[in-house]
Design a protein around this ligand. Sequence first.
Ligand code: FAD
Length: 426
Amino acid sequence: MKQTDVCIVGAGPGGIATALKLSELGISCVLLEKDSFPRDKICGDAISGKTTTLLNRLDPQIQERFKKIQTTYTKIWGIRFVAPNLKNVDIPFFTEYNPQNDPAPGYVCRRTDFDNFLAEEAKRSRKVDFLENYDVQEINPLPKGGYEVKSGGDLPVIHTRLLIVANGAQSKFSRKQAGIQKDLKHYAGGVRAYYQNVSGWHPHQFIEIHYIQDVLPGYLWIFPLPNGHANVGLGMRSDKIAANKLNLRKILDEVMHTHPIFKERFAKAERIGPVRGFGLPLGSKTYPISGQDFMLVGDAAHLVDPMSGEGIGNAIYSGFIAAEQARDCLLANDFSAQFMRNYDIRIKRVLGDEMKVSYNLQRFLTKPFVPNFLANLILKKPQIIQVLSRMYTDLELRRKVVLPGFWLKVLLNRYDFNADDTKKQA
Ligand SMILES: Cc1cc2nc3c(=O)[nH]c(=O)nc-3n(C[C@H](O)[C@H](O)[C@H](O)COP(=O)(O)OP(=O)(O)OC[C@H]3O[C@@H](n4cnc5c(N)ncnc54)[C@H](O)[C@@H]3O)c2cc1C
């Protein structure tokens, strides 16, 4: 039996970020993971600037160590959006393109490699008691507070004062004990496969988001990996999948063979391994994510961005906040549901606005005429690309961009690009 103050279930980005932040705060924890690293996770493998910024905030040396696995990742300098009318809009990230620079604004790195890198970071810390191959089977409240966590066999039973649940989209604890019910309007399904020999990339290897009539609200992605490999997949809101009885694997396969762009670009491509699918619990609906003696982190807390499908950054962010809340609980010796609510409040404060804007953007792009209209307009007024390239890091601007008034002003030549520049310089 092991006794601990904090036990984390799940060693994805959320669980590991929690463990690393606890270490920094001088707090020991037990970290349990059902698999052993390296292990795969179904994902688009896009690592955003949010993720690198947060890891850098924790310890700038992490970025230095990340460079040591640079053969496993592609640096990303922008996004190519392709509208249903097949028009391309290339939006570079605000940082100027320089392939030598590291950190880059974003990366594509197979989760097998990225999560293994994070797991190695956790293994560096003497404060983290990291048990791999520990498949949590039972979590029971203890009569005097805290939880008992069990796997079975010879594995130790864990008694913990505080439980942090970071075991991803299929978390049983999240559904059965924390009471989060899946709402298909706020959930998405995604499938992905790896390919080699894909042609027709942007010269700076931008990641690609393709809006296709059959996959709205949602999109198809092609993300470049080293050695001419690509992560290709599509994701869509689950209520639409259910209502139209869609089979995402079949749609992906059909698109590859029939879509005018993909037919050509994938003519010589080969799929490596199967098409695999998994859920994305979207953050467009707010749920209670803590209670007496526990907190939920990352996908277990439904924190995936409802527009982009990005969840790694938010899993890490929530892990940091959970670690700080754990410190506060230990200091105050208060693990009550009421005190734990501070965690929900902080998550709402840092992610709530962003989720709202992303949800509006997701709904804004539901009908095919919207991306078509926007692509046509942007291509006619290239000045707007400058504005949009700041959108990734500027929430205020994203908020503005979802308002029809913004596009009307651009359309009528009433949008003052210079005023925007002045604000940017100020
Ligand atoms: C198709 C698809 C594409 C996506 N693309 C992107 C993308 O490009 N960029 C991005 O940022 N996000 C993307 N996401 C979302 C992203 O994958 C998740 O948001 C992110 O992995 C959440 O991290 P997490 O730590 O909360 O959960 P996870 O990464 O799921 O980690 C949970 C961990 O818990 C472990 N676990 C589960 N059950 C148990 C148990 N019983 N006992 C012990 N351990 C357990 C698992 O093995 C795993 O290691 C995508 C998701 C999907 C499905």
